[in-house]
Design a protein around this ligand. Structure first.
Ligand code: ADP
Ligand code: ZN
Length: 212
C-alpha cells in the first residue's frame, strides 16, 4: 500500500510530478485545489462555499476540506494507495487524516524561493481549458493564445508577485507543524525540486518510495 502525501511550496511542481507518477505507481492523484476548481465550475454546494475563500487567496475551512477528502479516499480506486497533493495543509487536517487512514510516505519537495518566484511569476493559464503554460519554460506557440483550445491566456490574480509572497508566507507558516507531525512518525523524505527536469524529480521520488 502506498498512501503518499506530497508537500511543497506553490511552484514546487507537486501537480506536475503527481501527473507523471500516477502512471508509474498506478494510484490516483488527488489534488484538493483541482477538486475545488471542479466543484466551483459545476456549482455544487461545496463549490459555492469554497469559491469566496479561494478567490481571496485564503484556505477553505477545514470542515469542508476534510469532508471532501474523506469522501474521495473512500472510493474504490484508492484501495491500493493514492497521492495527495495540497492536503493536508494544516495540523488539524493532518490529525483528521490520521483517523481516516494510515499514511506510508510523506515527500517534502525542497525548492528555493527564487526558483518558486521565477516559476510562478511566468505562469500563464488558459481561461477556457485551464492548461498551464510558462512564459519562458513552456511558452505557447502564439503569444496569449492556448495551443490546445485557442482560449485566452492570462496571469492568475494570485500569481502577481505580492500575492505569491503572501501565499508562500502562509505555506511556510503552516508547513512547519505539519512536517513535525509526520517527522515523529519517521515517514518523511526529501526530494530536490529545484531541478528543472520534472521527469528527474519524479524518478527521485520513485526511489524514495520504492526503497521501503
Ligand atoms: P496553490 O497551492 O497554488 O494555492 P491549489 O490549486 O493547491 O493552489 O489550491 C487553490 C486554493 O484551493 C487554495 O488557495 C485554497 O483556497 C484552496 N485549497 C486547496 N487545498 C486546500 C486545503 N487542503 N485546505 C484548505 N484550502 C485548500
Ligand atoms: Zn485552452
Amino acid at each position: 500500500m502506498k498512501n503518499i502525501i506530497l508537500i511543497g511550496a506553490q511552484g514546487a511542481g507537486k501537480g506536475t510530478y503527481a501527473q507523471i507518477l500516477k502512471n508509474d505507481l498506478n494510484i490516483p492523484h488527488i489534488s484538493t485545489g483541482d477538486m475545488f476548481r471542479e466543484a466551483i465550475k459545476a456549482e455544487t454546494p461545496v463549490g459555492i462555499e469554497a469559491k469566496n475563500y479561494i478567490d481571496q487567496g485564503q484556505l477553505v475551512p477545514d470542515t469542508v476540506t476534510i469532508k471532501l477528502v474523506d469522501e474521495r479516499l473512500a472510493r474504490d480506486d484508492c484501495k491500493d494507495g493514492f497521492m495527495l497533493d495540497g492536503f493536508p495543509r494544516t495540523l488539524a487536517q493532518a490529525e483528521a487524516l490520521d483517523k481516516i487512514t494510515d499514511i506510508t510516505h510523506v515527500i517534502i519537495l525542497d525548492v528555493r524561493e527564487d526558483v518558486v518566484l521565477q516559476r510562478l511569476g511566468g505562469r500563464i493559464q488558459c481561461r477556457n481549458c485551464g492548461f498551464i503554460f510558462h512564459k519562458t519554460n513552456l511558452p505557447p506557440k502564439v503569444e496569449g493564445v492556448c495551443d490546445k483550445c485557442s482560449g485566452e491566456l492570462y496571469t492568475r490574480e494570485d500569481d502577481q508577485p505580492e500575492a505569491i509572497k503572501k501565499r508562500l508566507a502562509i505555506f511556510y507558516e503552516q508547513s512547519g507543524p505539519l512536517v513535525d507531525f509526520y517527522d515523529k512518525k519517521g515517514i518523511v523524505h526529501h526530494a530536490d525540486a529545484n531541478n528543472p527536469v520534472p521527469r528527474e524529480v519524479a524518478d527521485d521520488i520513485l526511489k524514495l518510495i520504492r526503497t521501503e
